[in-house]
Design a protein around this ligand. Sequence first.
Ligand code: NAI
Ligand code: PHE
Length: 348
Amino acid sequence: MNMWNSPEFDAHEQVCFFTDEATGLRSIVAIHSTALGPAAGGTRFKAYSNEMEALEDALRLSRAMSYKSALAGLPLGGGKAVIIGDPGKLKSRELLHAYGRYIDRIGQTFATGEDVGMSVADMDTVREVTPYVGGTSVGAGDPSIHTATGVVHGLRAVLKHQFDREDFRGIKVAIQGLGAVGRRVAERLKDAGAQLVVADIREDAVQRACKELGAEALPVDQIHKAAVDIYSPCALGGVITTQTARQIKARAVAGAANNQLVNAEAGLALMQLGILFAPDYVINAGGIISGLEAALRMPGRKTAQLKPLAEQLAGIHDRLCEIFARSARERRPPEVIAEQMARELIGR
Ligand code: NAI
Ligand code: PHE
């Protein structure tokens, strides 16, 4: 394993490896930047096929967190944690406590919250042994609610820029993943008059969406090809490659999943095909915006006058409008513009 040679390594400030033999815990915490404040980012509990894959996920996701917080105007840096293993088999109260004690040991440099494989209840358990945990049942509560709100604000920016529309009536949206965020996005879009096409590996979630939201179901390997206006990836990352980009019929890609583009070429392909891409770390910032209270408790943080939560979430719309406008003017993909803006903010 050579971290410094990895394409995902971007002068990360600190990377920690933690092991607890008694509970089977193996965890990696990557801290990309603390330039704007203590690093914050979720904990992903996943059955990685090997340690390098886990390390690279932590490196990639932590850099995205630096960009996410910087562009959301938060006084936070970027970090991310991964726990290696199948959460269904490995997760225990003891393991979460062992993990929490390590988070406590890093202290004041990193605060965490949920990500794929971790629930609000899990974060409550971690919180029993360390204060550096957000997204618990106290405070703003389940971050996925706020992430969904932010995604819908972002979708309105997409509507305006790409469809010259202010409302969702008659707009067809394909939602990939009906989990905590995707299901809520689906409900809100339905209420706003959109037509839904959905896919999930959980058949029960699909059936519910068809029954309760009048959605049309598609197989999971077909959803990105749906004949819709907007394709909204709300499951896992890595869904846009140069190949899948060519199969997309939607005129925009905008959803909650982290790291949707496999590489820069995939983003370029979308632009060349006239498909508008909403950079994921801009549109999905609602979770970190709502869950940042743990990081704000840390001494040494920069004190910033933060706007009320609802106003910050609404800001996602304006930020995306600005990025889309610059992208059109400069003829460069939105994610390139967003990355440049974020790197300027963190002094890289
Ligand atoms: P979740 O685990 O609740 O939901 C994910 C859903 O995707 C599940 O229903 C799962 O069955 C489904 N799924 C998995 N593989 C699939 C496939 N191949 N095709 C279709 N569906 C599939 O996760 P959550 O919290 O809704 O997050 C979704 C995405 O948004 C993740 O990428 C996460 O990193 C990202 N995100 C979540 C935030 C939050 O506040 N929860 C904040 C920012 C980003
Ligand atoms: N998982 C969230 C994201 O990817 C991060 C998060 C951090 C959520 C802290 C809640 C609390 O943006």
